[in-house]
Design a protein around this ligand. Sequence first.
Ligand code: SF4
Ligand code: SF4
Length: 389
Amino acid sequence: MSSASDLVGSCFRVSSDVLGLLIRALKDDGYMTIGPRKVAESIQLEVIDSVDDLPRGWGDQQDAGSYRLVRRSDSAYFGYNLGADSWKKWLDPRRKLLWRAKRDGESWEAEQSQMQVPRMAFIGVRACELAAIKVQLRVREVTQAHSSSPDAQSSTLSAEAPAGVPEEPFLVGINCSQAAATCFCSSMHTGPAFGSGCDLVLTEVINDDNHNFLIQIRTKRGAIISSKLPLLPSIEDDLAHIDRQIARVSDSQSRQLNISNPAEFFSRRLEHSHWDDVATRCLSCANCTLVCPTCFCSTVEDTTDVKNAVAERWLRWDSCFHLDFSFIHGGSVRSSTRSRYRQWLTHKLGTWHEQFGSSGCVGCGRCIAWCPVGIDLTAEVKSLSQPTQ
Ligand code: SF4
Ligand code: SF4
């Protein structure tokens, strides 16, 4: 008798109606389902209950410093490119409670945060976003290893390990049907084809009156969920269709980032005159770091209530673009915009390799679209490649 595991590695064809059944099957299995929603004038990643919540028929136009939703001529569920939101807000919430202390007469009772994190299923993950999730998980692994080292345990930092770390989510990937003008995942080798890691990978196929999904089953838990769906065998051309679509999306990307030895590239350009040029444009607003799916800087905030009866410690997102992020006694280590932009790019593209074994950039293009003055890291790297002025 065949088991669900036998489905791993298979590809099936389902009608678009089955998307609703997939969401239902994940919810019945206890997952909180999270996916794209049109919220105001952008696509955000929020809790979804059914296919009715998906941004059906919406696409977008993006370029340096601009993002607009537009109506598509078809009714694609996943016909948009990436918005400002990334999955990191679910893996690493913007703000979370570390501990709370309550006054009891003259003494204080402290309790560690017991934040309950639900099992999550992410629906509509793109290939570059899967790469970003892996970078995030790698960062977590390295920083947790550091916080459990004897050195870290003897410091006060080890007492502040974040509570409520989520387990690895169930991942439903979706192959991109087009690239935005800001995408460059192809040159980063993070897309548009999926690497390993998704439980299921969908491809949306709309032809004339037919609206289907191809569903590739990648893992055992993906197989168990899929076994609850009315699957139809794929035809020979289906896999070729997926390959053609990926090749077309890859070929259409006009931006690229190619640095052969990134750590050395940046270490040789620390005094390049182009950093001054970027500093005349950069507002130090931190947008690029907040939309980036891999940036993870955070800060700790202490609060008390007005009666001085409850004290709390919160961990919240921060950015290396903020002046006080590098503040120590005597002032900020990086006091100029030039030094902060240089720090961001040098870490993201260069020293990240030494720290975490990969680039910190997956080529999603968010920092280009959401920079209010249209600063484009691919163009900045090209300028840095030229001799200093
Ligand atoms: S640096 Fe920019 S392009 Fe690269 S992953 Fe971050 S937001 Fe995306
Ligand atoms: S590069 Fe753009 S988004 Fe990033 S801090 Fe500067 S102005 Fe803001």
